[in-house]
Design a protein around this ligand. Structure first.
Ligand code: PLP
Length: 401
């Protein structure tokens, strides 16, 4: 759109028009600018129709260049055909299940998902007449027993939160497809650096980009990636629900993802080293990380992720169920901070009973293995030796008395 005003107007009119148009060539910046605009002008109705045809930029809730750029990167990295970028990981998950189900449908879901995904399934989907059966996705026989005639979706995470269990993606995909259902995988904990679930048969991959993907703990964002026809359905819902990511957030996440491989490789390596050190620590009852031989899906994890240093940046440790000691331990850590998030460049810890699974009934939590002494660790990119020293000296200072 050009400045097509024919003359100079009064001060108050010029105050809102001067400086609005970029006159020199600004078309090839080295890095993409942030398109902080709610709308894009058109010359006339013909141009408007052309924009509609080419799926161009008209109104921000429908399309924005920063969001489209991030969607392209997600589509490439997750090996899909198209993506939508949402205002959060939860927006990505809720848009996906709302767009792909109707009343009378059934979902078979992993029991140890992120707590709020479980809440969506048990509180919200129920209101729309969609039933959900939760089961252990590391046991194929449980999955088979849960399937019904009307099962439309199988839903899991590449590495579950917070028990760090690993489902056999190929086997679950085969089962889902043989029942005519779609297989949806949340890849937040691994990112496409660790694994691309679509290559293992997933139809849809959801990601909270808030976590490892962006990695800087400064933006909340989500994505859904899959076949173009499925993403088209979700795009329609997303526009109506209004849960699109804003331009600045999309720009931040795209920038964060430029270094995702460097960060996530180091985070995975640090997690394996920390897990090995903590497993030897006398004050730690159990360590959950797929790199360890003691992990129930160790062999599967190696075949899915490639090697012990590529088993993800998340681990959990089980300490005594003693709240005072836990508090002392948390306060004694120097480098690792308590944070209600994960995947950032600094190591963070969380207490699932007080955060992600705070609303989960105790009986359910116990079935999942989530005790009050369980601490979830998200490793950062610190020096591995410093990190191990931080944890072992905090443990010694509290439990060594
Ligand atoms: N999926 C997983 C595995 C998560 O851990 C989280 C949040 O921690 C989400 C989804 C939700 O992401 P967001 O907080 O971006 O909505």
């Amino acid at each position: 759109m050009l400045d097509n005003r024919k003359k100079i107007y009064s001060y108050e009119t010029e105050l809102i028009n001067q400086g609005e148009y970029i006159r020199n060539n600004a078309s090839h910046p080295e890095t993409a600018p942030i398109y902080l605009t709610t709308a894009f002008n058109v010359e006339d109705l013909d141009e408007l129709m052309a924009r509609y045809r080419e799926k161009g930029f008209c109104y921000n809730r429908n399309r924005n260049p920063n969001r489209t750029a991030l969607a392209e990167l997600m589509t490439y990295t997750e090996k899909g055909e198209d993506s939508i970028i949402c205002s959060s990981g939860m927006a990505a998950i809720s848009t996906t299940v709302l767009a792909l189900t109707k009343a009378g449908d059934h979902i078979v879901s992993d029991r140890t998902l992120y707590g709020e995904t479980i809440d969506i399934f048990s509180e919200i989907m129920d209101k729309y007449g969609v039933e959900v059966t939760f089961c252990d996705f590391t046991r194929m026989e449980e999955i088979r027993a849960a399937v019904r005639e009307n099962t439309k979706i199988f839903y899991t995470e590449t590495v579950s939160n917070p028990m760090i269990s690993v489902p056999d993606l190929r086997a679950v995909a085969r089962e889902a497809h043989s029942r005519g259902a779609l297989f949806i995988v949340d890849n937040t904990f691994m990112t496409s650096v660790g694994i691309t679930p679509i290559s293992y048969g997933a139809n849809i991959v959801v990601n909270s980009l808030t976590k490892f993907a962006n990695g800087h703990s400064d933006a909340v964002c989500g994505a859904v990636t899959g076949k173009a026809d499925l993403i088209e359905k979700m795009y329609h819902y997303q526009v109506l629900l209004g849960c699109t990511a804003d331009a600045f957030t999309s720009w931040l996440v795209l920038r964060g993802m430029r270094t995702m491989q460097l960060r996530v490789e180091k985070q995975m390596e640090n997690a394996a080293k920390l897990a090995a050190a903590l497993e030897k620590n006398p004050y730690v009852k159990e360590v959950f990380h797929p790199s360890l031989k003691s992990h129930a899906q160790h062999d599967l994890a190696l075949s899915q992720f490639g090697s012990t240093v590529r088993c993800g940046g998340m681990l959990s440790i089980r300490l005594e169920d003693d709240r005072d000691k836990l508090n002392q331990f948390i306060r004694s850590l120097d480098l690792a901070h308590y944070a209600m998030t994960l995947g950032g460049y600094r190591t963070t810890i969380a207490h699932p009973v007080s955060s992600s699974h705070y609303d989960t009934p105790e009986e359910e939590r116990k079935k999942m293995g989530i005790t009050s002494g369980l601490i979830r660790i998200s490793t950062g990119i610190e020096n591995a030796g410093d990190l191990i020293e931080d944890f072992t000296s905090a443990l010694e200072s509290v439990y060594g008395e």
